[in-house]
Design a protein around this ligand. Structure first.
Ligand code: GLN
Length: 569
């Protein structure tokens, strides 16, 4: 079966590479090709399409299928790496160093899919490729157009490059149906469904049912209109997933079914979850989404065993402990800006049967107000990654407070660099110590630009990105926390601990406990005199999952719990 698939995909890729998409292949050839599920969104953005796609992925994996996931973003940036977190939310980094949309974080947290840069597609990438091909003469003699050249490129990204054992691909289209820039993507999907035929392709439209409090009713009109927009393009959704604050009744299901042209059984309720997003796979299973999708794709349906998700949800519902963790950053009003950090803290709560209350603290407010007053009562302090000088003094006030008051501290990337600078200023007495990112003239550049970054001119995709090995020092706290010496974590930075200062720091009491084995770059620091103070140059948050909480976050929350108990005694 896998062999025939391989041959078919080979022929298919050959056709694609010759810009001859589908011409030589008959529809029936695709019967053993992977199945495709397209997820579109209607009415408003930030509907939770990514979470829905990820939860469906989890349900299909539960059925023994190998799932592939990808996100198509219609914006013109090549990737979100150059966008501000306040506009776009966090930049999620994959093992291969791709800077991607935060939805890929949901995919990794909910499923076992191995994601690479191929799984994050933007209009910017599509146009870049098409224009390169045009200059190369690949379209010689032709007028280069959105249809077929841009749409062919989109189709090629969706259909090729999957490993041969992938059974189902879930492709999510960013934005909302009706956006001008999303049109080429929808046209490409329409063409694919036409060419691969019914039963191989499924359209799921995630939509919002607004609730009017005054009349106590859910409204279906915006959803009807967004489905009408899809049908205008030639796409008839097979399944409607309705985001709603309150339960749907039979009458609204019937209305949506009638006006949107889907059977009532394919109108799925997705009510706001009560405790956490990790309830979603169970909620969607209750609505029979998994069996509906499988039957529509002609795939066998097995009795699911969702005990892993049940166990997670049970632990979330009945925590035995409670801690307050201050996260000090500069985009505190945008929850998505530190998405993976918040998720990793949540997972650490699951690991410790502990409710982790995240207290978002704006670092600039610490600069203006009484820092000790703002920070009092916290059981742990975390400073996440960041760029630029704004707010760093406030972050360092928080770090100093954690260091001096013996509050557990976890510094991530910039959070580690600032812990180094704070230590240099207040323990080593280098009063103007800084990172050369913030002050090029500092007499003590304890954090400085990495050697390989010095020649970089372009901003996009040029940082030190992706997974790298790290060796943890013997008898260190961090090694104990990980339970092993060799680790691999993901990076996204240009600056690094300046090893010219290694001796000065070590002799003043800061241990350099993580090193990249080949380059010798310092990847982790800790304070042995402190109950729990660790800074890491990498981003452990990207590898935490609800069923596999990251040891560093789990250890940090445990330390916060211990610190709290000690204080209460
Ligand atoms: N701005 C710092 C650097 O580039 C830290 C980056 C980060 O926190 N992701 O090195």
């Amino acid at each position: 079966m896998i062999f025939t698939r391989f041959v078919k995909r080979y022929i298919y890729n050959l056709a694609l590479s010759r810009n001859n998409v589908f011409i030589s292949i008959q529809q029936r050839e695709f019967q053993e090709f992977m199945k495709l599920i397209f997820v579109t969104g209607g009415v408003v953005s930030s509907l939770g399409k990514g979470l829905t796609a990820a939860s469906l992925g989890a349900l299909l994996e539960n059925q023994g299928l190998k799932v592939g996931l990808c996100k198509m973003d219609p914006y013109l940036n090549v990737d979100p790496g150059t966008m501000s977190p306040s506009q776009h939310g966090e930049v999620y980094v994959l093992n291969d160093g791709a800077e991607t949309d935060l939805d890929l974080g949901h995919y990794e947290r909910f499923t076992h899919a191995v994601l690479t840069r191929r799984n994050s597609v933007s209009s910017g990438q599509i146009y870049e490729t098409v224009l390169r091909k045009e200059r190369n003469g690949d379209y010689l003699g032709n007028t280069v157009q959105v249809i077929p050249h841009v749409t062919d490129e989109i189709k090629s990204r969706i259909l090729s490059g999957w490993s041969d054992d992938v059974d189902v691909v879930i492709a999510e289209i960013g934005g909302v149906v009706g956006d001008i820039e999303g049109l080429p993507f929808l046209e490409a999907l329409r063409q694919i469904s036409q060419e691969l035929g019914h039963g191989n392709v499924l359209f799921i439209h995630v939509t919002l049912l607004p609730y009017l409090k005054a009349s106590e009713e859910l409204k279906s009109k915006p959803s009807q209109q967004s489905v009408a927009k899809l049908r205008e393009i030639g796409i008839q959704p097979d399944i409607l997933i309705c985001r709603t604050e309150v339960p749907m009744d039979e009458s609204i299901r019937r209305k949506l079914s009638l006006y949107c042209n889907v059977p009532t059984s394919a109108v799925i309720e997705e009510q706001d979850v009560q405790h956490s997003i990790y309830e979603l796979p169970l909620c969607l299973h209750k609505e029979h989404l998994d069996s509906l999708v499988l039957s529509k794709l002609g795939l066998p349906i097995k009795e699911p065993s969702l005990s892993v998700w049940e166990e997670i949800v049970n632990r979330i519902k009945a925590p035995k402990h409670h801690v307050r963790i201050g996260v000090v950053g500069k985009y505190m009003e945008v929850r998505d800006a530190y998405k993976s950090i918040y998720e990793a803290l949540f997972h650490a709560g699951i690991a410790n049967e502990c409710k982790v209350d995240v207290v978002p603290i704006d670092s600039e407010q610490l600069e203006q107000g009484d820092a000790a007053l703002i920070l009092q009562g916290l059981n742990g302090i975390l400073v996440p990654g960041g760029f630029g000088a704004r707010g760093i003094e406030g972050k360092m006030q928080a770090i100093r407070y954690a260091r001096e008051q013996k509050i557990p501290y976890l510094g991530i990337c910039l959070g580690m660099q600032l812990a180094v600078i704070e230590f240099a200023r207040h323990v080593l007495g280098y009063s103007d110590a800084n990172s050369t990112e913030m002050d090029t003239k500092t007499t003590h550049p304890v954090v400085s630009l990495m050697e390989q970054q010095k020649q970089q001119q372009e901003m996009g995709g040029t940082m030190r990105l992706g997974a790298a090995d790290c060796l943890l020092a013997e008898k260190s706290l961090i090694r104990k926390v990980y339970g092993q010496a060799d680790i691999s974590e993901r990076h996204r930075h240009r600056y690094e601990f300046n090893s010219a200062y290694a001796e000065a720091f070590e002799s003043a009491g800061m241990r350099l406990v993580g090193k990249q084995p080949t380059s010798g770059l310092i990847e982790a620091i800790e304070l042995p005199e402190h109950p729990w103070f660790i800074g890491v140059q990498f981003h452990p948050e990207f590898q935490s999952k609800p069923h596999r909480p990251h040891p560093l976050f789990a250890g940090f929350v445990k330390a916060a719990m211990d610190c709290k108990t000690k204080k209460e005694r």
